[in-house]
Design a protein around this ligand. Structure first.
Ligand SMILES: *Cc1c(COP(=O)(O)O)cnc(C)c1O
Length: 405
């Protein structure tokens, strides 16, 4: 019997044999060969140009695997840019999104050789034009759009919430592309949905973006060459059995491409590219029953893995050792002195005991860097890669003295 359908047997055996360092209360591990195989599959099509949303997982080994696959990079901060450049990725293969680009940041990105920008405000467009003029460059730019549907009409997004990402079509339609000769405005970017698990829903959503966007490009006065549909292809955190079929998505996008009449369609994949190839492992420190509920207290919780607390979606969990005991629901608590520190209430074998190890799956995205490691002076998680059937430590676990002053 395998411990989990999400954890390959060979990796599972390697993790069971692993003895962590003295500071190790929890660690991440990334299955690099499986990641590479998946990325190669994503690249086997000529419908979309793929970018990797670095915020999903900026670890050097992950960036290198992405770079080897031919997929390019979407960065949203100076730190992400530096991290990608440090892996010897050429700056021309990097695009810059993000709502908080200052003039200084835009000028810096241009100096570093970045030539593609998703512009999220009128100020950003002016600043890009000014920095480009000063540096004698003409970068490509996509205007980022947020769409709303009139009250009462069928809204594919399920609500009209205000975000800082891009601007509405009314706001953009006051812009004239001709007023910015130092910028090559060549496309539009839209991304305002998350973790979609149904091809049909995704197709219907993408389809409804085409008309308002084609219309906007006409009003602003540029030829719509590129349509960037962002990310949002989901992974099945709740183990419902649903998921995006890649071949079907490509067939759907081929239609969208034709409808929009664009030369290029872009996607920026985050979780769909990397989530299934990362795992997080931690120990059971205590077990108790309270008011008839089974509780496990773990060596680490949201200090290493914050996402369940802010999205209400747990990562799937399994027991690392083999067990044929019947399953029971366990409330999984971390070590922080706040009731927020919970990784879910999930089924596990009921013979689980102190000293056992749990493995959380789908933790290749929004794990290590989307956490709150400083609270209560616990350890920073270690990160390992699994390649050639062995674990290699990329960064050891660090005690709080590493960052406390
Ligand atoms: C976060 C982000 C993505 C990736 O999102 P996923 O839901 O992980 O696919 C893509 N594009 C932009 C601009 C983002 O901010």
């Amino acid at each position: 019997m395998t411990t989990s359908k999400l954890l390959p047997d060979d990796l599972s055996q390697t993790l069971r044999a692993h003895q962590g360092g003295s500071h190790e209360n929890g660690y991440f591990v990334y299955d690099i060969p499986a990641l590479k195989q998946h990325l190669a599959k994503l690249e086997q099509q000529d419908v979309v140009k793929l970018w990797y949303a670095v915020k999903a997982n900026p670890l050097s080994s992950v960036i290198q695997a992405v770079a080897d696959s031919g997929i390019q990079f979407d960065v949203a901060s100076k730190g992400e840019l530096t991290q990608v450049l440090l892996q010897n990725v050429e700056a021309e293969k990097i695009l810059n999104t993000g709502p908080a680009k200052s003039f200084q940041q835009i000028a810096y990105f241009l100096q570093q050789g970045v030539n593609t920008f998703v512009v999220e405000s009128y100020n950003q467009l002016q600043w890009l034009a000014q920095a480009a003029k000063e540096q004698g460059k003409q970068p490509d730019a996509l205007l980022r759009v947020q769409l709303r549907w009139p009250e009462g009409e069928k809204n594919p997004l399920g609500g009209n919430s205000l975000t800082p990402f891009g601007m509405g079509t009314e706001e953009w339609s006051g812009v004239r592309a001709n007023d910015f000769p130092s910028v090559n405005i060549c496309g539009l970017h839209i991304f305002q949905w998350g973790n979609m698990l149904s091809n049909r829903q995704m197709f219907s959503l993408w389809g409804q973006m085409v008309e308002p966007l084609v219309d906007l490009a006409e009003r602003v006065g540029f030829a719509l060459k590129v349509l960037d549909l962002g990310g949002g292809l989901g992974v099945d955190y709740l183990e419902t059995g649903q998921g995006i079929d890649w071949q079907q998505a490509m067939a759907d996008l081929a239609q969208i491409k034709q409808q929009a009449g664009v030369a290029e369609l872009w996607l920026e994949l985050g979780r769909y590219a990397v989530a299934p190839f990362g795992y997080y492992v931690t120990d059971v420190v205590d077990r108790k029953t309270n008011f008839g509920k089974e509780q496990l207290v773990l060596a680490a919780g949201i200090n290493h893995l914050l996402r369940p607390a802010i999205t209400d979606q747990p990562f799937p969990v399994s027991l690392l050792r083999q067990s044929s005991a019947p399953l029971a629901d366990f409330h999984l608590h971390g070590p922080l002195c706040t009731s927020m520190d919970k990784l879910g209430c999930l089924p596990l074998p009921d013979d689980i005991q102190v000293g056992d190890q749990l493995v959380f799956s789908l933790a290749g995205a929004y794990g290590f860097t989307e956490s709150m490691p400083l609270f209560l002076c616990h350890e920073v998680a270690a990160e390992y890669v699994y390649d050639n059937h062995q674990l290699t430590e990329v960064r050891a676990a660090q005690p709080a003295t590493w960052y406390m002053r």
